[in-house]
Design a protein around this ligand. Sequence first.
Ligand SMILES: [Zn+2]
Length: 145
Amino acid sequence: MDTQARLDQLTTTLKARGYRLTPQRVAVLRVLAESQEHLCVEQIYDQVKAAFPMTSLATIYKTVTLLKEMGEVLELDFGGDSHRYDSRRPRPHPHLICTECKRLVDLDIPSFDRLVQEVLTATGYQVEGYRLDVFGVCLQCRSKS
Ligand SMILES: [Zn+2]
C-alpha cells in the first residue's frame, strides 16, 4: 500500500473514533505511514520535531499507544527500552534483524502464511498473532567484513 493511502486509512480510523487530528498527530501518522524502517518512538519523535519543534515525546507515545490499541501498529518488543513499530503492516508478520547494523526488515516468505493456515487445520486454533524474528548478519554487513 502506498504512503498516502495508508495515511488516509489512519486518519479516517482516528476520526471515526472521535479523536482530534492535531497537526502534530497527523505528523506522527505521516512518519508511521512513510517509514519502511520499523522506527522506535525516539526516531518518530526526531522526525516530527523537525517540522513541529514544540512536540513532546509524550505526544508521540500517546499516539503510538492509541494506534497500537486500535490494531493499527504492530509493536515489536526486543526486551530493551525501545520498542520498534510497524504501521504499514499492522498484522503479525515475520521479521529479519541484523545483529551488526540492527536493521529490521520484513521477511516475505509465502510459506509463513501457509504455516498459519496449517496451525488452524492441525489444532483448530484461530491464530490471532504470532512472533517470528530471524536474527543474522545482513548482506551489506557481511560484505564489509
Ligand atoms: Zn514489519
